[in-house]
Design a protein around this ligand. Structure first.
Ligand SMILES: [Zn+2]
Length: 189
């Protein structure tokens, strides 16, 4: 895996954690923090994908990650406003709290890769440290402008813009279509 795809993975996991675990508006609907069994399920879903196996998550770890996700949301919102110093402030605090540190780990296929660990190997701390590092490296690179918050009405879900020309504005095609339909109706009035 190249450095860039590993970094992108972490930033995308961060976006999925924010979208699955922070309250607000999701594609036109009010959403709360998932309760009961739904909370660890939301975390498992966010951490799985991209060929990774879905991890076993306890409620306690899920609640810890939900708190970290609230901080990660602040980073996406600050970048959306163009306030990179606020994004940096929040990330530096998160890096400190999770004790984020690089570590060389052997790859299954042979060779070595730098992974970001937290102060403990607990799932929540480890992933929060990894996501915070990914976001920090993104903000410190040409990926900085690629974190965003959905522009659609009644939606505040976040995204990572991987489009060639950096033109993404919505969290999903659902919101893109909702916005198109609303604009069409507006014109017909
Ligand atoms: Zn949206």
């Amino acid at each position: 895996m190249t450095f860039d795809s590993h970094l992108l993975n972490l930033v995308e996991v961060a976006a999925r954690l924010v979208n699955g675990l922070t309250p607000g508006l999701d594609r036109g609907h009010d959403v709360a923090i998932p309760r009961g069994e739904a909370r660890p399920q939301a975390v498992a879903q966010a951490l799985g994908g991209n060929g990774r196996r879905t991890p076993a998550v306890t409620t306690r770890q899920a609640t810890a990650l939900a708190a970290h996700a609230t901080q990660m949301r602040k980073v996406f919102e600050a970048v959306e406003r163009g306030d990179l110093s606020e994004a940096a402030r929040v990330l530096n605090a998160l890096l400190k709290r999770t004790g984020a540190r690089p570590q060389l780990d052997p790859l299954d296929a042979g060779g070595w890769h730098v992974h970001f660990h937290g102060s403990t190997d607990a799932l929540a701390t480890g992933w929060a440290a990894g996501c915070a590092t990914g976001l920090a490296l993104a903000i410190g690179s040409d990926l900085a402008g690629r974190l965003g918050v959905c522009e659609a009405e009644r939606c505040d879900r976040v995204y990572v813009d991987t489009s060639k020309n950096s033109t993404r504005r919505f969290c999903s095609t659902t919101c893109q279509n909702r916005t198109k339909t609303a604009a069409f109706r507006q014109r017909r009035k």
